[in-house]
Design a protein around this ligand. Sequence first.
Ligand code: ATP
Ligand code: MG
Length: 421
Amino acid sequence: MATVGDYKLGTLIIEGKTKQVYDLPQVPGHAILVSKDRITAGDGVKSHALEGKAVISNKTNAKVFEILNCAGIKTAFVKIATDNSFIAKKCAMIPIEWVTRRLATGSFLKRHTGVPEGYRFYPPKFETFYKDDANHDPQWSEEQIVSAEFKVNGLTIGQTEYEIMRKMSILIFEILEKAWATRNCALIDMKVEYGVDENGEILLADIIDSDSWRLWPSGDKRLMVDKQVYRNLQSVTQSDLDTVKRNFELVREQLDHLIPKNDNMVVILMGSPSDSDHCNNIKKHCTALGINVDIRVASAHKSTEETLKIVKYYESLPLQVVFIAVAGRSNGLGPVLSANCTSPVINCPPVKMDNVDKDIWSSLNVPSGLGCSTVMYPEAAALNAAQMLALNNYMIWSKLRVRLFDNCTSIVKADQKIQKA
Ligand SMILES: Nc1ncnc2c1ncn2[C@@H]1O[C@H](COP(=O)(O)OP(=O)(O)OP(=O)(O)O)[C@@H](O)[C@H]1O
Ligand SMILES: [Mg+2]
């Protein structure tokens, strides 16, 4: 039996222009995707051997999917298997290319004469193409996709599924756009594909590599480092291919620097240890968003010096810090913190419903010169802190963004279920 790395290969499920997909008899529900040293364009009309491309593509894809998995996107990617292969959930693929664009360029300009190159779309422009090399992947509308009634691993692709994949494509684009922005690189447009796993769940599948997107360093088209360089070549020399490969390698290298620094911190200060449950609740929500949390006991009234010392300690660390003040009855804590530091302070008093109307004013009616905010619920405090930290950390931003998508999707699915009942 043939092997790739430690994996025994089953049947060849499908072979395309750039990859082979094998069943993995020893890992049920999974497949191994082996990349080829081949670059193609124009539905395979242009095609060249490019030594080393498989390894670069495999590593690029793995980094991109690791980012998306970490952000909470449901993907088929599991892990790298060897230099030129990876393990994925075995999917029945939906034969559609889902394209998202921030700026108008390329084929969009030909299909929309009069629109200047660089026209900016917000939200990103969304387009779909039916995967059909023989007919040059024709553009399909939502109505055409829904009417095709694709049946994939027991799931029929209807309006709800279309809408989920539309939203998910834009979400994925925005995450990767934010990630690339940290390297001063503009993500111009990109293409993704979806599959359905054996449980009937829609997953981002196939691969994302330098073939999938346009990337313009410093937002300058002349500096492009994606496959467009290859597409644009009239005749292809070895030196052209070397340039294309160098660009791909550059992108792969840059991806290593895309993981944000782990320099965020929420410090929850409670006036009394009796508020531990409330604080742990805040912590739970922070942790789910990838935020580091310290919980301390400090009373502005009773241990004033120590409280200010704690503030100075956290402000001395090379961290982005947000303080959350948890103090019942008269909340002196939050306002005192706010008056003595420049970090954001969020009051989240553990108010009881029978005296909320009295106690809440100590958090709201603060002296002039103070800028602390007040929220009532532990989840709201965590989300508010996350939004502040997300300004400097695209991974926290992405987790927040995925949350919005998940909230919407779960309601849409619940509605779909009740309609079918
Ligand atoms: N997780 C997965 N499970 C099963 N099949 C997959 C998975 N991810 C990708 N595939 C499929 O693997 C096949 C081979 O990929 P490849 O990119 O080489 O095809 P291709 O020649 O580009 O043709 P295509 O235009 O269909 O992408 C594609 O049909 C793709 O849909
Ligand atoms: Mg493909």
